[in-house]
Design a binder for this molecule. Structure first.
Ligand SMILES: [Zn+2]
Length: 291
């Protein structure tokens, strides 16, 4: 062949004509040809310098990719660790399954639905209170629901919610929707701040019913907006008043709850609204008396 040499498909072709025509140490020359950097170009389509640069660049890219990957996996591990450590455990137990209300609970509500409701209620409460991070929320490890053979409707105490099977038995209407509303109210007691025990009971109950109202779970037996003698009468009366104040100042209830983290004062209303609670109550009553 013509030329000196070429490389293709793992073959090196040396020109016998070149060897014949070479004057000098042909063995040394052929050795040089075999080590010729041009073979890199022929074999790789690039010079050895280019190949070296590409190799270095690839190495750097690989190292940074590995760093990003390990950072990501580290963050993922940290996130799963922290969520694992702070995840709330929700449980439900029917302690009176043989009673009429206990049987109705199993047939029309059930523990599985109740656990889902405790979870969705917590999410809704955190959202209503503007608590976007775990640090904003009350530290609660578990929420336990018990369906018991007790009087009354329900109560919350010590991260436990107790619902009465007698109430479930006597309720006429969609008992599943009613108990969903009850669970939103009682769950609020678990997650709300109570001013270190100093807040008026009527305000605590009003905030719990405000959450129930905002969840679209206000029952038909509630009083109408504007009804009531005192702002802290509690339950539906105070819930409608808080709903009015929240319409005047969006996020009012969330801010009020946040202030109640460490204590309570009626002055919180002045700080948030620029008016005393008695003043805004009078304005609220006046608004509905003209109708
Ligand atoms: Zn309550």
């Amino acid at each position: 062949m013509d030329g000196m040499a070429y490389a293709i498909n793992n073959e090196i072709h040396l020109s016998a004509r070149y060897i014949a025509s070479y004057s000098g140490d042909v063995k040394r020359e052929v050795a040089g040809v075999l080590y010729n950097e041009e073979f890199f170009e022929e074999l790789l389509g690039k010079t050895v310098d280019e190949a070296w640069r590409d190799y270095k660049a690839k190495l750097i890219a690989m190292i940074s990719k590995l760093t990003v990957l390990s950072l990501c996996s580290m963050l993922a591990i940290l996130a799963s660790m922290s969520s694992g450590a702070l995840a709330v455990d929700y449980r439900a137990t029917n302690t009176a399954p043989t009673t009429p209300g206990g049987t109705r609970f199993d047939n029309e509500i059930g523990t599985e639905y109740s656990i889902q409701t405790l979870q969705s209620a917590a999410q809704f409460i955190w959202q209503t209170f503007g608590q976007t991070t775990e640090a904003d929320r009350k530290s609660v490890q578990s929420v336990n629901l018990f369906v018991d053979d007790i009087d009354g409707v329900a109560y919350a105490d010590n991260n436990e919610i107790h619902v009465s099977v007698r109430y479930i038995a006597s309720y006429s209407g969609d008992v599943r929707i009613e108990i969903t509303g009850v669970l939103y109210h009682e769950s609020t007691h678990i997650w709300q701040w109570n001013g270190n025990g100093q807040a008026p009971g009527g305000l605590i109950e009003g905030i719990a019913d405000f959450v129930r109202l905002r969840a679209g779970l206000a029952p038909s037996h509630w009083v109408k907006p504007g009804v009531g003698d005192r702002w802290d009468q509690g339950y539906d009366v105070t819930a409608w008043f808080l709903d009015y104040l929240d319409s005047l100042k969006n996020g009012f209830v969330a801010e009020l709850n946040e202030k109640m983290r460490t204590g309570y004062s009626d002055d919180f209303f002045v700080q948030l609204l620029g008016k005393t609670v008695d003043q805004v109550w009078a304005e609220y009553k006046a608004k509905y008396s003209t109708k």
